[in-house]
Design a protein around this ligand. Structure first.
Ligand code: PEP
Length: 250
């Protein structure tokens, strides 16, 4: 882990309901505890739950994000789309882009790049997900895939000030399988090296996502140069999420 801020992103995907929001008491308490002042907790529920979530976390340091946005940067006849302006307006600060589950629904690197530009224009912060499939990994193509995603998604982006890169091997998402620490450390160091070269003198923020849970966090937290975790399934359970945060920071 780094000595800087540590990010914990809760990605609820297409899950969650009002009763889940009512059960965030312990995360709220933790976020206000001075002992955890370096921790940044970002909840990304479905769009429909964002305002209800705000009501619940008003007195906390929890930050809210969305799980996607449109690349249209203005209002208009785009049924079903939610643009960054609307997301900003409701008070969210972050947006997850490039998640493999969105890529499966048709988001290409080019589309993700357009979304990043539109979101940055509204001063939203980006959590850009990249990751290789098992097939890519078996063919030793991991880094060439990651490099292509980074190059295309970050086209015409000048700095990383408002961008966190989430490295999420697709084969690890929701499967319970995580990479070995040395492999993860190796891949993350390559991502950092590449980003440092592309964005001169900038310090990239990299988080890991893929089946993070209260058991494997004890191992994962030892990965060098990591700035936190993106948590899917386990973030739906307040006790597990709190456990992950606490175990990372002791
Ligand atoms: C994710 O949603 O990006 C994710 C990492 O999910 P999970 O933690 O369930 O693998």
């Amino acid at each position: 882990m780094t000595n800087n801020n540590i990010y914990f992103v809760a990605n609820w995907k297409m899950n969650g309901h009002l009763s889940l929001i009512k059960r965030l008491k312990n995360v709220v308490i933790l976020s206000n505890n001075k002992k955890y002042k370096k921790i940044k907790i970002i909840y990304c529920p479905p769009f429909t739950l964002i305002s209800k979530l705000f009501d619940k976390i008003k007195k906390s340091k929890i930050i809210v994000g969305s799980q996607d946005c449109s690349y249209e940067d203005n209002y208009g006849p785009f049924t079903g789309d939610v643009n960054p302006k609307l997301i900003k307006e409701i008070g969210a600060k972050y947006v997850i882009l490039g998640h493999s589950e969105r890529r499966l629904k048709g988001d290409t690197n080019k589309i993700i790049n357009r979304k990043i530009h539109a979101a940055l224009k509204q001063k939203l912060k980006i959590i850009l997900c990249i990751g290789e499939s098992l097939k890519d990994r078996k063919k030793n193509k991991t880094f060439s895939v990651l490099k292509k995603q980074l190059l295309l998604c970050l086209k015409k982006i000048n700095n990383l000030d408002n961008i966190i890169v989430a490295y999420e091997p697709i084969w690890s998402i929701g499967t319970g399988v995580i990479p070995l620490n040395n492999i993860l450390e190796h891949d993350i160091s390559k991502i950092i090296k590449f980003l440092k070269l592309k964005f001169k003198n900038q310090k990239p923020k990299i988080i890991y996502g893929g089946s993070v849970n209260p058991e494997n966090i004890v191992k994962l937290k030892h990965i060098k140069n990591i700035n936190g975790f993106l948590v899917g399934g386990a973030s739906l359970y307040e006790n597990k999420f709190v456990d992950i945060i606490k175990k990372t920071t002791i």
